[in-house]
Design a protein around this ligand. Structure first.
Ligand SMILES: Cc1cc2nc3c(=O)[nH]c(=O)nc-3n(C[C@H](O)[C@H](O)[C@H](O)COP(=O)(O)O)c2cc1C
Length: 443
């Protein structure tokens, strides 16, 4: 069971359209939402109305998909998008991803602290090491080994946090009559030097209402667990089933305890995609429509689905509007390395057509619920009460109506069931996440 009664919700913003790359073509969507800051602001305001704890923006500094068919995966610049949202909201947290590999810690510290001060203490930094070769190429390099990337990440986080704490909390005197802007005795260099990064400091930015931004993390393996256990108050994770989610959460909590922290101070947010409608059939139709915008992608999706269940499926040999033939299905098996494949096989065995199995999102990165508000709420409740996570990073299929529908229809159900708060607990992200105040570096 989960000790905290209420789940936390992060709205994952993609590039202004929603998680499905064809959402930019959906009627109603602004096809140029990518460059329209208002699309972030509007969604941010709606999420705040729904009492979401935060907005979360993933990011990789590079082009990693085919813009011929698809919208970009990330905003033009997450920090600038959040700056616009910060100006028009009061409570919602603002979390952006920035690479520990391809940014000097000083630049990270400066950008995040400035936004934290401007937003009155609502900012979080998702510190990731970045594993995409296209990103490395933009910095004239290649992706280093995981060991090296994580060694850099530890140095980066420590320097950033030290810079954030380089003003004593009462250093900013702002004494107009006496003529002292700040007490320089209380603003000190940090003089940190690692193998990869160094910084003298100080950072010329005072503390924010929450001291300094909250650290988040999203990454793999033992190294990721250690980084999170040491520093993170929030972790974005992508488990596909309750069992593996529970294991991941347990491992994160143990990692935090190993580094002398309270396990309750690390919150795991599970990624989850929804397609909402008043009936399940309408929700599926919405997803079929999204798929229909990119017919060029259907052959690869079909063969990918086949590979998940050990079958060679091709649009040239099967009718995707029919179920897979019984004889063929007898040879199918769930790929033990891919947790999504059990569900895919189960649906195929129910005699559902290939197109509709795909429409149910079995090959998406996160679990997908296509259905009614109650079905979506049931999914969230089941995972949360099973101790699979502390909250969710919810990703709408299509942002322009998906966010508002979630807030209008799913949030009230969660609130009625006592699973989600009705008011913000405080003013800062730390208060609203229930994580302790921190200022400066954790040793
Ligand atoms: C839910 C989730 C979200 C993630 N978001 C990002 C992201 O926005 N940008 C990024 O570079 N890596 C992100 N990552 C981390 C990468 O998947 C990958 O783990 C990271 O780039 C480093 O690789 P490694 O930790 O597996 O070595 C995310 C991971 C998860 C599980």
């Amino acid at each position: 069971m989960n000790k905290r009664k209420e789940m936390q919700l992060a709205l994952q913003m993609v590039s202004g359209y929603g998680v499905e790359f064809s959402a930019w073509r959906m009627p109603g969507t602004d096809p140029a939402a990518y460059i329209n800051t208002d699309s972030y602001v509007e969604r941010g305001k709606i999420a705040e109305k729904g009492k979401f704890q935060m907005i979360f923006i993933a990011d990789t500094p590079g082009l990693s998909n085919d813009l011929g068919l698809q919208s970009p995966m990330h905003p033009m610049d997450p920090m600038l998008a959040l700056m616009a949202v910060a100006r028009e909201t009061k409570h919602i947290g603002l979390v952006a991803t920035l690479s520990t590999t391809f940014n000097y810690p000083y630049n990270v510290a400066r950008q995040f602290k400035a936004l934290d001060v401007i937003s009155h203490g609502r900012v979080g930094w998702n510190a990731v090491t970045t594993s995409h070769p296209a990103a490395a190429a933009n910095f004239g390099s290649q992706i280093a080994s995981r060991k090296e990337r994580y060694a850099m990440a530890h140095e980066s986080v420590q320097i950033v946090q030290a810079l954030w704490g380089s003003w004593e909390s009462d250093a900013w005197t702002l004494d107009v009559e006496g003529g002292t802007f700040a007490d320089m005795d209380k603003i000190q260099p940090i003089n940190l030097e690692g193998q990869h990064y160094a910084s003298r400091g100080p950072l010329p930015i005072p503390p924010s209402e929450q001291g300094q931004p909250v650290i988040f993390q999203a990454g793999g393996g033992e190294e990721g667990l250690e980084l999170a256990g040491r520093y993170a108050s929030g972790v974005y994770a992508n488990p596909y089933d309750i069992e593996s989610a529970r294991e991941h959460r347990k491992a994160l909590r143990q990692s935090a305890a190993r580094f002398g922290r309270n396990p309750d101070d690390i919150k795991m947010f599970t990624g989850f995609i929804f397609s909402l409608a008043s009936t399940e059939e309408e929700a599926l139709e919405r997803r079929r429509q999204l798929m229909s915008f990119n017919p060029e992608e259907i052959p690869s999706r079909v063969s990918y689905l086949g590979s998940m269940v050990g079958l060679s499926l091709s649009v040239n040999t099967v009718d995707i509007d029919q179920p897979v033939a019984t004889d063929m299905l007898k040879k199918a098996y769930a790929n033990p390395m891919d947790p999504r494949s059990h569900r895919a096989l189960q649906l195929l065995k129910q005699g559902i057509s290939i197109r509709d199995v795909l429409a149910r999102g079995v090959i998406n990165y996160h679990p997908v619920v296509a259905g009614t508000p109650v079905q979506v709420a049931d999914f969230l409740e089941e995972w949360f009460l099973a101790g699979a996570c502390d909250g969710f990073s919810v990703v709408p299929d299509i942002a322009y109506d998906g966010v508002a529908d979630f807030v209008d229809m799913v949030v009230p159900i969660l609130q009625d069931r006592g699973l989600f708060h009705k008011e913000y607990e405080g003013n800062t992200l730390r208060e609203n996440m229930g994580v302790p105040y921190q200022y400066g570096r954790l040793e």
